[in-house]
Ligand binder design. Structure first.
Ligand SMILES: NC(=O)c1ccc[n+]([C@@H]2O[C@H](COP(=O)([O-])OP(=O)(O)OC[C@H]3O[C@@H](n4cnc5c(N)ncnc54)[C@H](OP(=O)(O)O)[C@@H]3O)[C@@H](O)[C@H]2O)c1
Length: 272
């Protein structure tokens, strides 16, 4: 395999809640199956196991794409960079591939300019190859463009799945050429029993989950499904080879019902 592309690999492994022996086994299995993009965060307690699994995999560093996220409790100027340095130490890396702001600061408790300039500074210091954001609505993306310039960030990681397709945010992101990364792309596994996805899946000889992932990738998003099950990890990877017809895309678009699952008190005002 050649070294990783200069952009986010479209399928990655989510690691939220994947701690302990089961978490380690899931990351190792994912590397074995061919996943090369792993999503972690300061708040997941999975940075150490991700680094450890990477070393056990024997893969060259340039063949894996590792994302981590600065927690919303570490956005102030005094905490930001030390937290990034701690992440690197936990991972055992001298840099990550992508560093995200996990959530914008609630009620602007930390001024936007402060943490966004720290994010850019982390990149300038070589702590990360790319920078991006997570849980940012359109207004924050516009502020980001005004502050850091066109093309400074490479993604906005947000909740997107067949039941929450975020049409306003997606169309804005498309208009400025910003790929979204769909978190919770399987609606926490609920897509497995969807009748529309199941009937399309049967035609393609894959699982409903693979159809959901293929749909999201065809919409231009990267996806980071999580699984602790080697069969599911393998089935999810098969989504990469699925080509959906216009009619199938239309059927899945019609599943949108604005069903948001992750909506803590610190959430910004969502667009969709
Ligand atoms: N930026 C943020 O604020 C944010 C928020 C939430 C999540 N995330 C990221 O997004 C990742 C994914 O989200 P998530 O883990 O909450 O939800 P998800 O990926 O939508 O769903 C994971 C669930 O789906 C099941 N599953 C996986 N593959 C399946 C298949 N082929 N068939 C049936 N069921 C299947 C898994 O069970 P098994 O283990 O049994 O396979 C697990 O219970 C997280 O791990 C995290 O990295 C980011």
């Amino acid at each position: 395999m050649t070294s990783i592309a200069n952009s986010i690999p479209t399928i990655g492994l989510g690691t939220f809640g994947r701690t302990g022996d089961a978490g380690m086994a899931s990351i190792l299995a994912a590397f074995e199956i061919g996943y090369r993009h792993i999503d972690t965060a300061q708040s997941y307690n999975t940075e150490e196991p991700v680094g450890e699994a990477f070393r056990r995999s024997g893969l060259p560093r340039e063949q894996v794409f590792i994302t981590t996220k600065v927690a919303d409790t570490k956005l102030d100027k005094a905490s930001f960079m030390p937290s990034v340095e701690r992440s690197l130490e936990a991972l055992g890396f001298d840099h990550v591939d992508l560093l995200l702001i996990h959530w914008p600061s609630q009620n602007n408790a930390v001024p936007f300019e402060d943490y966004m300039t720290e994010l850019k500074r982390a990149q300038d210091l070589g702590h990360t190859r790319f920078i991006g954001v997570s849980n940012f609505p359109i207004a924050r993306l516009e502020q980001t463009r005004a502050l850091l310039g066109e093309g400074a960030i490479v993604t906005n990681q947000v909740e997107i799945h067949p039941y929450l397709q975020a049409p306003r945010l997606s169309s804005y992101a498309r208009s400025i050429g910003l790929p979204l990364t769909a978190y919770q792309p399987l609606a926490q596994g609920d897509v497995r029993s969807d009748p529309v996805l199941s009937s399309i899946a049967e035609r393609h000889g894959v699982t409903p989950a693979a159809i959901a992932l293929a749909f999201l990738m065809a919409e231009g998003h990267a996806v980071i499904p999580a699984s602790s099950n080697a069969v599911n990890l393998r089935e999810n990877m098969r989504s990469v080879g699925v080509r959906l017809s216009d009619d199938e895309m239309g059927q899945i678009r019609a599943l949108n019902r604005d069903e948001r699952r992750i909506n803590p008190a610190k959430s910004p005002r969502w667009d969709d």
